[in-house]
Design a protein around this ligand. Structure first.
Ligand code: SF4
Ligand code: SF4
Length: 75
């Protein structure tokens, strides 16, 4: 299964919970500040996202949305 993760940088407070939670280790705190002055999380290897949604579940600021792409029978 493949996933797509989107982080709303305006909601992110840079706590890093998603970074330590992602089993693939594909989220990091970047060097970009949001309007509130927080360094925000970013997905560095989006192709490796499985869509497990653990990052979205752990985020206290509801800044992460995850979509899953189911494999079709033709795959
Ligand atoms: S959905 Fe899972 S694999 Fe994808 S970024 Fe979030 S925690 Fe990592
Ligand atoms: S858990 Fe949420 S608020 Fe914390 S760094 Fe990740 S996206 Fe930002």
């Amino acid at each position: 299964m493949k996933g797509k993760t989107e982080i709303d940088s305006n909601r992110c407070k840079g706590c890093g919970y998603c970074v330590i939670t992602c089993p693939r280790g594909i989220i990091r705190i970047g060097d970009r500040l949001n309007a509130a002055g927080y360094y925000v999380a970013e997905v560095v290897k989006p192709d490796e996202c499985t869509g497990c949604a653990l990052c979205a579940e752990i985020c206290p600021d509801v800044a992460i949305e995850v979509w899953r792409e189911e494999k079709s029978v033709a795959d």
